[in-house]
Design a protein around this ligand. Structure first.
Ligand SMILES: [Fe+2]
Length: 246
């Protein structure tokens, strides 16, 4: 069994196109998507048109939920530019997404954690907003009751693999379309991939267990940074241009 995991596309259709081409070049046909596919100042509609025909097993992220659970006026900065680009069919597709999914006895998928869609599973914040690896016991507490050897999550936008003490492996493939962001809850912090590339992971079941391989794909990130600039979202401009929040 060998497949690709993508996450946090955030409306970046050029990054998604580049990732899909790279996935095909690796001879991989099965793709799973860990959510947050559309929100941001980019191309939500074009992204939906690319994504929906893939029929990839997809879970719903917090930003996908924010497109369907509140009126437009109550939406945040990331939803307001993307919502008007989505058709009724796109929104229906989002409404039909599950919060979590499984592939047989092998793989569990969720956007952030099994309990909720808006908690970093493997990262935590220090009081001064430094984003770092969470203590193992806290990561394991969130994995209670998940019995698959491979667990996939997104949300933090940081590619990472964490092995639990019983051998279960949590893999975050990183973000296809948004390599960094800043956020002020609960304290101001930055998540930064450190590269502007489109990130995803290939997962392969081997005789020794699940093998993750992280892929970083170059694409025309400056074109997408320009689009963010037109929306006046300078944190996006910085992240898309460099992978860092200036
Ligand atoms: Fe998220």
């Amino acid at each position: 069994m060998r497949f690709a995991a993508i996450a946090d596309i955030h409306g970046n259709h050029l990054a998604l196109e580049a990732v899909l081409a790279d996935v095909r070049a690796q001879g991989i046909e099965q793709i799973v998507n860990l959510g947050d596919s559309f929100s941001g100042p980019l191309e939500a509609g074009l992204t939906a048109d690319l994504l929906m025909p893939l029929n990839a097993l997809t879970v719903r992220g917090n930003h996908d939920r924010a497109l369907i659970d509140r009126p437009f006026e109550a939406m945040g900065d990331w939803e307001k530019p993307s919502y008007p680009q989505l058709s009724a069919a796109h929104l229906d597709w989002i409404r039909g997404l599950p919060e979590a999914a499984r592939i047989g006895d092998e793989v569990f998928l969720c956007h952030a954690t099994p309990q909720d869609d808006n908690t970093y599973w493997t990262e935590t914040l220090s009081a001064d907003g430094i984003f770092h690896l969470k203590p193992l016991a806290e990561i394991e507490a969130l994995a209670e009751g998940i019995d698959t050897p491979l667990i996939l999550c997104g949300h933090s936008h940081i590619p990472r693999a964490v092995q639990l003490s019983d051998g279960r492996l949590i893999v975050n493939p990183g973000s296809v379309g948004c390599p960094g962001f800043d956020y002020d809850v609960p304290v101001y912090h930055k998540a930064q991939a450190g590269t502007p590339f489109a990130s995803y992971a290939i997962l392969e079941k081997t005789v020794r267990g699940w093998q993750p391989s992280f892929r970083q794909v170059r694409y025309d990130n400056h074109a997408m940074a320009e689009l963010a600039r037109r929306h006046g979202m300078m944190d996006w401009v910085s992240a898309l241009s460099s992978g860092w929040i200036a």
